[in-house]
Design a protein around this ligand. Sequence first.
Ligand code: SF4
Ligand code: SF4
Length: 271
Amino acid sequence: MFDKNARVLNQEILEIYPKVNRNEKFCFECNPKVECFNKCCNDVNIFLTPYDIARLRKALGISSTEFLQKYTILPIASNLRHPIVMLRMDEKTLNCPFLTPEGCSVYEDRPWSCRMFPVGIASPNEAEKLNNGEEFYFLIKEDVCKGFEQKREWTIDEWFIDQGIDKYRELGDLFKEISLHKFFVTSRTIEPVKLEMFYMVCYDIDRFRQFLFESTFFKRFDVPEERKEKIKNDDEELIRFGFEWLRFSIFGEKIFSLRKDYLDLEKHKVQ
Ligand code: SF4
Ligand code: SF4
């Protein structure tokens, strides 16, 4: 996996990596017989989405809190407006912690960016600058990767189906809307409490679930019983709910309302 987006300036993308349309064919195959097998899971920046963390921590049988402590780093940079989480490479070998001689030990639950490779997707900013706002794809061709020399042909759509991208796409797009929200661009300062909320909701999802069910949250906010049940048992629903909560609690969108019985109780207390 190559961390192209971190290394390449927006304008350079199309000069270095060929643009591909959804129905255009490209040759690629990655398997243990390829001479470069396992070479790309070393010293690479893998940014994790909430759904990546939900899948990985479940596959490993640990909580999101433990997963974050053990397997991730939180890069700090002046241009970062909210926390982002990356896989922590091994300090000595710089290998991904999930790399084994046989390949990826979490293959079924590998992160979105590992699934996408070698296909890159332009960010909304890049699409705006380079393709009249229309989303586009490009191929991340690196000399070290012999996958491009193989005979197997794909279209982008076929690749996405093979790699199980669609499941990741819906929650990934919702996450993109949150993380690229104009609030983060236009706010001069963001209160630490909001950044902590962002971190918990997006990454430490087990702690977020605990916060919802072990605080007065559902006594205060009107959430249908059926949805509460889903949030309790279904990570995807928890993540969707979390994004709505961030829109409400950080961006000020009027998504949630206080329960009437809670308001009556509060009024009564004041009198
Ligand atoms: S073919 Fe490319 S993606 Fe596959 S192991 Fe080699 S370098 Fe990595
Ligand atoms: S998660 Fe798997 S595919 Fe992704 S970098 Fe690590 S070992 Fe490679």
